[in-house]
Design a protein around this ligand. Structure first.
Ligand SMILES: [Ca+2]
Length: 342
């Protein structure tokens, strides 16, 4: 998502921010207690115009969640191969369930796809990868999770902003307080938007006055599609393709990379600069069936996410997937799942 979300080790269902990967020792929270911190936060919220009644509804009974701090601290160990990651995300159950749901929601999906210019198969793939098609959206109290993470110094500013955004969502009445649930890190609804992204991208497609990404499939589909559209999606393209990379190019691969960090998405440091498909063709890249590449006038970047692993040529839409979650593994999982829904 906007804040560079990164899929993580197998077994953890929900996405985590990329900064979480840096294995820093968590500093102990400042000497301010959680309750004192919350008083300060509410004072700021009041200054921003949130009512006493709203703050009471949001924070009544909210306490520090030690479990969230523990999860926040645990994420960073472990690694998984690309294939292991993709297999865990793109499994038979998910492929079949998605196909059934596409039939169930065909009319709405087609309408959203037309209005937003995003192919239905990608909308459904995000839906499937993020929450197993709404089957698991998280049971954590979002105000408790976000307040805990905003209290903790590691990324206090980021989560403080998310907590303010959550107040706005509650204030606008999109969801009842007791239903305001999400991942332990505060991602909400079937699309797993962070609250600031909800405010930027969520849609009320069924026109009931609420952007209900928890319960309305129409709102979920349009919100995902809107996110992609606003991040440059183009529905006359797909995401890219797996390719055969000749040994000569493979040994040169590192020299084709930008060599410097790409400011807002670390995964992009593993993408070569875009070249026309005909250039890749002349460099010896072929389809997985060893055929010539399409002759279409398209630019693509080569990625080899795992050393010695498969290569992929990816188009601009792939960057759109990375905007949702800045991880090549994550993006390839969405991409691969979408291919099953063609
Ligand atoms: Ca709605």
């Amino acid at each position: 998502m906007k804040q560079r979300w990164k899929g993580v080790i197998a077994g953890v269902l929900l996405s985590l921010p990329v900064w979480v990967q840096s294995a820093t020792t968590p500093e102990s929270a400042d000497k301010v207690t959680f309750d004192q911190w919350l008083i300060d936060f509410k004072a700021e919220a009041r200054q921003r115009g949130f009512s006493e009644d709203l703050l009471k509804r949001a924070f009544e009974g909210v306490s520090l969640d030690e479990k969230v701090l523990k999860l926040d601290n645990q994420q960073y160990s472990g690694s998984v191969s690309l294939q292991g990651y993709i297999n865990s995300k793109v499994n038979r159950h998910r492929i079949d369930k998605g196909r059934r749901l596409i039939r169930t929601h065909r009319a709405t999906l087609d309408q959203v796809a037309r209005e937003y210019g995003v192919q239905a198969r990608f909308i459904v793939a995000f839906w499937g990868i993020e929450t197993n098609f709404g089957g698991y959206t998280g049971y954590n109290d979002v105000f408790r999770s976000l307040a805990t993470l905003a209290y903790h110094p590691r990324r206090a500013d980021y989560f403080r902003q998310e907590l303010m955004a959550a107040l706005t969502i509650l204030n606008e009445g999109h969801i009842e307080r007791e239903q305001f649930k999400g991942s332990w890190a505060g991602a909400i609804g079937q699309s797993q938007f962070m609250p600031t992204n909800f405010l930027k991208y969520a849609q009320d497609f069924d026109r009931d006055g609420k952007k209900d990404i928890w319960r309305s499939e129409a709102d979920v589909f349009a919100s995902i599609a809107n996110y992609l559209r606003e991040n440059g999606w183009s529905d006359d393209q797909t995401w890219g393709r797996k390719v055969l990379v000749p040994a000569s190019l493979r040994s040169n691969f590192e020299t084709l990379l930008p060599g410097t960090a790409v400011a807002d998405c670390r995964a992009l440091t593993r993408h070569t600069s875009p070249r026309n498909l005909s250039e890749w063709q002349s460099l010896g890249v072929r389809t997985v069936t060893n055929s010539t590449l399409p002759t279409r006038e398209l630019n693509a970047s080569l990625i080899i996410p795992e050393e010695g692993g498969p290569g992929y040529l990816v188009y601009d839409n792939f960057k759109g997937i990375l905007k949702y979650n800045c991880s090549n593994y994550y993006a390839l999982s969405v991409a691969k799942l979408s291919d099953y829904y063609q």
